[in-house]
Design a protein around this ligand. Structure first.
Ligand code: GLN
Length: 563
């Protein structure tokens, strides 16, 4: 297909993908006969791991044969996290259908292996946007639009949407932020109303923190009591409490919490720090969290599932003691900014019977003089994704060093673009080779802006986002790695390899081995003579799960062992 035709075809698809909030007709939601709803709220502090608890509950119910999905409601006003700095919000996770979402959706997918969609993550901004669009259309027939009932009704509609649409047995809804925040009030009110309407078909699980005061040598439950009181004052009696703690809680302490918070003693579950997040479902199952949920909902409990493959994974993880060291070359020295990459590497490590240790290498600090020292001692390198000028030249120097030393190197998105720029400068002799993103005046724009990105002025949700097909060249290394000729991977970028340079690159040795079938876009480059030197325009890390680790990460980690 010729380029021009395909751009407009693509555009159509993209328009569909980029629509932020689909405008749906206002209608009274009708609750599907028996989908059950589990709400997960948090108190005392943020970062307690609500996402992991929600994912663990999903895992346990899934193991019992139920059809589940998990969604997240975030109280901030951005329409989605796509425009947020990773320092603010960690990684932006991308769903296959092209929504930029909260990183917790990554946990949901890694734990359950079930794909999330644009309907699995809503923010206050997206909800308001939808209500305001309806108001402009005149859908409210002249009424005054208010937080209650219009915003809360919209939230309720969105909370029930997947349940109505997907035929799920359980919809698990995680509420971002902590109870008591002004921003989360409409969400809590929506849950209050839904709990009332749904009766036994809804439960609320509240996650709190039990701090340990070392001076007193005591665990303190008062913050939990206050947090539950706060939730109660907003009209919700939690059914189950999950207490995050660094030390085991005694039965007496659990009874005390149960007594003060109007919760059954057995519905007070502890979540003690685990060596890995993947062990949390096991701990929850041992305390019968899934059983308690089923009982509260009046459902049959049945035998406890084995969690065989999951336990086998954890077992293998524990046995893998030999370490591999992977350098992550990027500009954010922050765990959450590269969450999915870290998880994909660590899963691939387990399946290679190795413990992967990742080390951040700040690309802003890399210079020609210190590159050898800064990169020393690693078994392999991931050149990370990113946006903008900062840290770019350091990345290019790092890539050159990796190529010249023939060490396993994996470039992801911007990382792949850096591989292309470095090769252009140092092998093809284009001294000013660059991406138009970094240098609008370069005479060698080996990375070019995508055709349909040229006239975009609105930054939110307008990149090339989500899953696209890619054809793998016969005889290439990636073809062998994937074991098939067509793959589908998720994207998040505005720039691309400039196909005008394709022949030059291939002649010099860098092969364009993955191509988007409709548009001729280069999605993968590799240098076959090297040990492992592959760059992908897409983000394979988004689709690596515990039980289905990603083939590229598996092979990359394997290559670092063989090094
Ligand atoms: N900034 C680059 C682009 O937009 C790469 C994006 C990324 O790494 N996700 O094309």
């Amino acid at each position: 297909m010729r380029r021009k035709e395909c751009v407009s075809r693509e555009n159509n698809r993209l328009r569909h993908r980029y629509r932020i909030a689909p405008v749906r007709q206002i209608k009274i939601y009708n609750i599907v006969a028996d989908t059950k709803y589990i709400f997960v709220t948090g108190g005392v502090a943020s970062s307690l791991g609500k996402g992991i608890i929600a994912s663990s509950i999903a895992k346990l119910l899934q193991a019992r044969g139920y059809n589940i999905t998990i969604q997240k409601f975030d109280p901030y006003i951005n329409i989605d996290p796509g425009t947020l700095n990773p320092y603010e919000h960690g990684e932006c996770y991308v769903t296959d259908d092209g929504q930029e979402t909260d990183l917790d959706l990554g946990h949901y997918e890694r734990f359950t292996g079930i794909k999330t969609t644009r309907y699995n993550n809503f923010t206050t901004g997206r909800i308001y946007q939808s209500v305001i669009e309806k108001e402009r259309r005149g859908d409210y027939l002249g009424r005054t639009i208010q937080v209650i009932p219009h915003i809360t009704d919209e939230i309720k509609r969105d909370m029930l949407f997947l349940g109505k649409k997907g035929g799920y047995d359980f919809v698990i809804t995680e509420i971002g932020g902590t109870v008591g925040d002004i921003e989360s009030l409409p969400f809590i009110e929506a849950i209050r109303q839904l709990k009332w309407e749904l009766g036994k078909r809804a439960v609320c699980i509240h996650l709190t923190y039990v701090p340990y005061l070392s001076a007193a040598g005591e665990l303190k439950t008062k913050p939990t009591q206050h947090s539950v009181k706060e939730l109660q004052s907003e009209g919700i009696q939690p059914d189950i409490l999950v207490l995050r703690t660094e030390h085991q809680l005694s039965d007496g302490l659990r009874r005390k919490v149960a007594n003060f918070c109007n919760v059954d003693p057995e519905a007070v579950v502890q979540s003690v720090d685990m060596p890995t997040i993947y062990e949390v479902p096991i701990g929850m199952q041992e305390q019968g969290l899934d059983r308690i949920i089923l009982q509260k909902m009046g459902m049959e409990v049945g035998p406890t599932p084995e969690l065989g493959p999951w336990k086998a994974f954890i077992d293998r993880r524990h046995k893998a003691v030999e370490e591999l060291h992977i350098g992550l070359v990027g500009k954010y020295d922050l765990q959450d900014a590269y969450k999915s990459i870290l998880e994909a590497l660590s899963q691939a490590g387990t399946y290679n019977d190795r413990k992967v240790k990742c080390h951040f290498i700040n690309s802003e600090k890399i210079t020609r003089d210190n590159v050898a020292e800064m990169l020393a001692g690693m078994d392999g390198y991931v050149i990370c994704p990113g946006f903008g000028q900062r840290g770019i030249e350091g990345k290019i120097i790092a890539v050159e060093w990796c190529r010249e030393h023939d060490v396993p190197t994996f470039g992801i998105c911007l990382g792949m673009q850096m591989m292309v720029i470095e090769y252009g400068r140092n092998v093809l002799g284009y001294a000013d080779a660059n991406s138009l993103e970094m240098d609008a005046k370069t005479t060698h724009n080996v990375i070019d802006i995508m055709e349909d990105q040229k006239n975009i002025t609105n930054m939110g949700g307008t990149m090339r986002l989500g899953g696209y097909e890619c054809h793998l060249r016969e005889g290439s290394r990636v073809r062998a790695i994937y074991g098939k000729d067509t793959i589908r991977e998720r994207h998040r970028h505005r720039y691309e390899f400039n196909s005008q340079y394709k022949a030059d690159y291939e002649k010099a040795g860098m092969q364009c081995v993955g191509i988007h079938p409709d548009c001729d876009l280069v999605e993968i480059v590799e240098i076959p003579e090297m040990r492992w030197y592959i760059g992908t325009q897409f983000h394979p890390e988004y689709s690596s799960t515990v039980l289905q680790p990603h083939p590229l990460f598996l092979d990359f980690v394997k290559a670092t062992i063989n090094k």
